[in-house]
Design a protein around this ligand. Structure first.
Ligand SMILES: [Zn+2]
Length: 324
């Protein structure tokens, strides 16, 4: 390592080396030297500095030699901006949005607050770029995207490429414990579910993650009996039973399009409309979280979304009043 450092340092003028390893007093001195140079020398100097910096920085020295890589222990974070969705953020970082939700204990994707700092199930790992490696090959090796590599390495983003010997950060996944869906784990849970349904449907879950594109209530002079939920996955969205129960309708129904209706007992019934495909049949008993079909645009729908209704004793209620 020492010989490598010496090699790089020897190719530089003495004043540059002193700038990088010195305190403030000498930095002024170095700046004076730069002013005296012609522009092409100044450009060379900048490149040389970048190379030297890689060798002298603490990260670089840790990565040198036997310690080829170093992992940070803290997860990466992301500050939520206006218009962000869990799905969108997950896509940028190559993380499943359900993992993001579980990792941050987010129960309600609707309440993704602007300014909230999300923990990403990713750590920074430092690696040295080997001979012949490119952004593209690094992205492949570390199962990530060039876009994210640039995001993690502003220097790489600015240069548009990597160079041999450069130390860069790559994402390393953190294992996320996923919450279990209601259907698993047998009858004990089922009993509990029925008890809470009787107590006021406190155990309803979201039929699908996404943004609410239309709320319950009066809309253009007409009553909207449910909520509309949408996300970018569109027709690949699996729609899930909000609570266990029996399917009392599974088929086409005029304005609703492909519709599934589930009776949960105690007067509670849920509607899942505009589905592109239905995967249950009438009379079937479904557990909470069990798939019913896929998001779609059938019936009277202007775009792909789920229209979700909750009825209590034959009357629609605001789904947001029972969803967690
Ligand atoms: Zn609707």
């Amino acid at each position: 390592m020492a010989s490598k450092k010496a090699l790089v340092a020897s190719s530089l003028s003495l004043c540059t080396a002193s700038w990088l390893v010195s305190g403030q007093g000498q930095a002024v001195h170095a700046a004076d030297d730069i002013r005296g140079m012609n522009p092409s020398e100044w450009e060379d100097e900048r490149v040389a500095q970048a190379v030297l910096y890689q060798y002298l920085s603490p990260i670089s020295s840790v990565a040198e030699g036997n310690l080829a890589t170093k992992k940070e222990s803290n997860p990466l974070t992301y500050k939520v901006k206006r218009g962000d969705t869990l799905y969108g953020i997950g896509k940028v970082y190559g993380v499943d949005y359900r993992k993001l939700a579980a990792f941050n204990r987010i129960k309600n994707p609707r309440l993704l607050q602007v300014g909230k700092v999300l923990k990403l199930p990713l750590k920074r790992k430092w690696v040295r770029v080997k001979e012949g490696e490119t952004l593209e090959s690094l992205a492949k090796t570390y199962k990530t995207s060039e876009k994210l590599l640039k995001k993690l390495n502003p220097g790489v983003a600015a240069a548009g490429s990597v160079y041999t010997g450069q130390v860069i950060a790559v994402p390393s996944p953190i294992k996320v414990k996923m919450p279990k869906m209601g259907r698993e784990n047998g009858s004990k849970r089922k009993v509990l579910r029925h008890a809470s349904a009787a107590a006021g449907a406190s155990s309803f879950s979201w039929p699908v993650w996404g943004q609410i594109t239309s709320r319950y209530g009066w809309r253009n002079g007409r009553m909207h009996n449910g909520i509309d939920i949408w996300n970018e996955k569109r027709t690949s969205n699996v729609i899930r039973a909000a609570l266990g129960g029996r399917v009392i309708k599974a088929g086409y129904s005029n304005g609703y399009g492909n519709l599934v209706v589930v009776d949960h007992g105690n007067g509670w019934v849920t509607y899942y409309a505009h589905l592109s495909r239905i995967t249950v049949s009438k009379g079937q008993v479904v557990g909470k979280g069990q798939s019913l079909g896929y998001m779609g645009q059938t019936g009277n729908a202007t775009g792909v979304h789920l229209h979700f209704e909750v009825h209590r004793n034959g009357r629609p209620v605001n789904p947001l009043s029972v969803l967690p």
